[in-house]
Ligand binder design. Structure first.
Ligand code: GDP
Length: 444
């Protein structure tokens, strides 16, 4: 997981002062020494670390007294506030143009994930913002970049404008922008060429593309795994062509955190999105506060809730609620629920977002038994329609048949049947309570 070492160290430090009713200047000093070490170890820029430690120390020593918090808690709050500030404070939104098409230019070094992110971003814009995006393939140097973008476009059913690799990128973008206007696209995302290293020719080309039509956003895509190098790259790009935001990719890997914590402070440009995997839906808006909470082990409930909501279809949720209420919930509904949970992503990742989850011993290595989920699915698939709707008819011989069909044992079948009954009972109680309370609560 990203930030693992940093999170562990900071949480260890926090643990020491959490319950303290009185905190001396020496305590703060001692704590800040550890925090400083933790940040440096995570490859955070030295200047950023110094500034951070200074800010927290000043506030912690002369701390404003809040009745609801113990001094220990107040220091933790200060650390969290400052971490949030360090990463930009508020979530940074996309600047859409009032005169479409909005032009978003994607820049970055080769391998950072620019082409992949171009596709992911278009997907987000269409899904979340209801936009009609056009992708322009202007990376004519990296072998197969144009083809890659086309494949992504096909995969997502999104249009890609390309003119091969023999025409200059500036010309391609110019034609692409004309095309976007004619066809009334409201967002254009330009996948520009990357290089292995920053060089003058590249920067000049990007400046020329920029000069065609002032883009509304210039997103620099950087690889979070490269730590301080990512910060240097961001600085360089910002100084030569000017960027408006950063997309930090590969945050699903075990990056130490240096890039995420330093970029904003060094370049003054916000991190807008983070890449959380290779799949096309693995791009998330960057929330400084939530990230700070996660680093400090306070969990990330908001992201978890959003993840759940993104996978829930309102209509279906209502239908399900009705089924719970009338006790007509069947194994087919159960299967559907199971597949929705699976769509949320690997369960062990989801568990880690729960507050305090990092304190549960062994969870870091926990692999949620997804095989068990597969077994449950296999059992349900082996049932007849009648059995799925009326599980009470599943007697001895039926159990035997289902076990054989699904490659499981009778005990597995019994366990599932019991779970199913318990769940139905619980849901009934919940819906009853909810009706009594006359509160409209959405079923997750
Ligand atoms: P480009 O040269 O900058 O256009 O890079 P690509 O878009 O081709 O990406 C380089 C590699 O990084 C590809 O294998 C991508 O699948 C992978 N990649 C991109 N973003 C992410 C991410 O957020 N997480 C992970 N794990 N891999 C990513």
């Amino acid at each position: 997981m990203a930030f693992e070492g940093l999170a562990e160290r900071l949480q260890g430090t926090i643990q020491k002062i959490k319950g303290k009713g009185k905190i001396s200047e020496a305590d703060v000093k001692e704590m800040m020494r550890e925090v400083r070490y933790a940040l440096l170890e995570a490859d955070v820029n030295l200047k950023v670390v110094k500034e951070f430690v200074k800010n927290v120390s000043e506030r912690a020593v002369g701390q404003e007294v809040m009745k609801s918090l113990t001094p220990g808690q107040q220091v933790i709050k200060i650390v969290k506030d400052e971490l949030t500030q360090l990463m930009g404070g508020e979530q940074s939104q996309i600047a859409f143009s009032s005169r479409p098409p909005t032009v978003i230019m994607m820049v970055g070094l080769q391998g950072a994930g620019k082409t992949t992110t171009t596709g992911k971003l278009a997907n987000v814009l269409r899904k979340k913002y209801n936009k009609k995006p056009l992708l322009i393939a202007a990376d004519i140097y990296r072998p197969a970049a144009v083809k890659q973008l086309e494949t992504i476009g096909k995969q997502l059913s999104l249009p890609v404008f390309q003119l091969g690799t023999d025409i200059s990128p500036v010309e391609i973008v110019k034609k692409g922008l004309e095309h976007a206007k004619e066809e009334h696209y409201d967002v254009v995302i330009v996948d520009t060429a990357g290089r292995l290293h920053i060089d003058e020719t590249l920067m000049q080309e990007l400046k020329d593309i920029r000069a065609l039509k002032e883009p509304d956003e210039v997103f620099l895509v950087v690889d979070a795994m490269t730590g301080q190098d990512a910060v240097n790259v961001a600085n360089n790009f910002n100084e030569s062509i000017g960027i408006t935001g950063v997309v930090l990719t590969k945050l699903d890997g075990d990056t130490r955190g240096g890039a995420a914590l330093s970029i904003r402070s060094i370049t003054q440009k916000p991190i807008k999105f983070v890449g959380m995997g290779e799949k096309m839906d693995a791009l998330e808006p960057f929330h400084p506060e939530r990230m700070a909470s996660r680093i400090l082990g306070m969990g990330d409930m908001m992201s978890l809730i959003e993840k759940a909501q993104a996978n829930v279809d309102e209509e279906k949720a209502k239908e399900l609620e009705e089924k719970f209420r009338t006790q007509s919930f069947t194994f087919d509904d159960f299967l559907e629920q199971l597949s929705q949970v699976k769509q949320m992503g690997p369960l062990d990742e989801i568990l880690k977002m729960l507050p305090g989850a990092n304190k549960i011993k062994g969870l870091e290595n926990a692999k949620v038994d997804e095989k068990q989920m597969d077994r449950v699915e296999a059992i349900i698939y082996s049932m007849t329609t009648q059995e799925k709707t009326n599980p009470e008819i599943i007697n001895g011989p039926r159990k035997k048949r289902i076990a054989k069909g699904s490659g499981t044992t009778i005990q597995d079948i019994n366990r599932l049947l019991k779970q199913f009954e318990d769940m139905k009972k619980m849901m009934k109680q919940m819906t009853n309570m909810q009706q009594k309370g006359k509160k409209k609560m959405k079923m997750p």
